[in-house]
Design a protein around this ligand. Sequence first.
Ligand SMILES: Cc1ncc(COP(=O)(O)O)c(C=O)c1O
Length: 241
Amino acid sequence: MKKNKQPKPKDAKPDAEIKLDVEKIRKDFPILSRKINGNQLIYFDNAATSQKPMQVIKAMDDFYMQSNANVHRSVHKLGEESTEAYELAHKKTAEFIHADFSEVIFTKNATEAINLAMYSWGMQNIRKGDEIVLTQMEHHSNLVPWQYLAKTKRASLKFLELDAKKGRIMPEDIYKKITNKTKLVSVTHMSNVLGTINPVREIIDLAHDKKALVMLGEVAANDLRAIWNKWDINQSEKNAE
Ligand SMILES: Cc1ncc(COP(=O)(O)O)c(C=O)c1O
């Protein structure tokens, strides 16, 4: 995968300019019209399971009612339609996160994606004495795989510490913990517990200066702020060292 040195997309707007018409968006989500205990449903557990808007529900229904078949395999009309839909979903996702088509891999959830990165890239590239940098605010899914890898390869884990009062990473810690020994920095973009948005641009730039790779958890932050900060593990560059 390519290193993440891409500029901000031309149409990207600063946060202050992004205006969401919340009422209009809510209408797209049928489940939000439910009342529970007499109260209109308000749902915040999106990092765990996000609710689906009508457009997604309809696309899934249409697919199962019209085209459902194996992709890249079945040589009949339904197989062709399914393959086309599958490819198109990858293409649209790539455009949304400003990645190349070949860089998009769908997994069933974040935990599976991180384990896949650990078992494939991590097992091949992390060696004794290497350092993997995480933060103290990581979800288990971005902690346990790296603990396992560090133990297996006799590498070490370092944690960017939090300022307990502000719930934020201490800026000076970034410069202390990301060093020439760092091979991977894996951090959440936005904490699901604290709501803290991490200074990922700064972390990525420093990690790249140290020739380390960066993995960002976008589970809680998959909005417009995130689109130019994509996952940038670049196996070929690392292997070339
Ligand atoms: C910040 C964060 N990362 C990762 C996960 C795990 O996500 P998944 O269930 O997709 O594996 C969650 C789930 O709540 C989360 O909040």
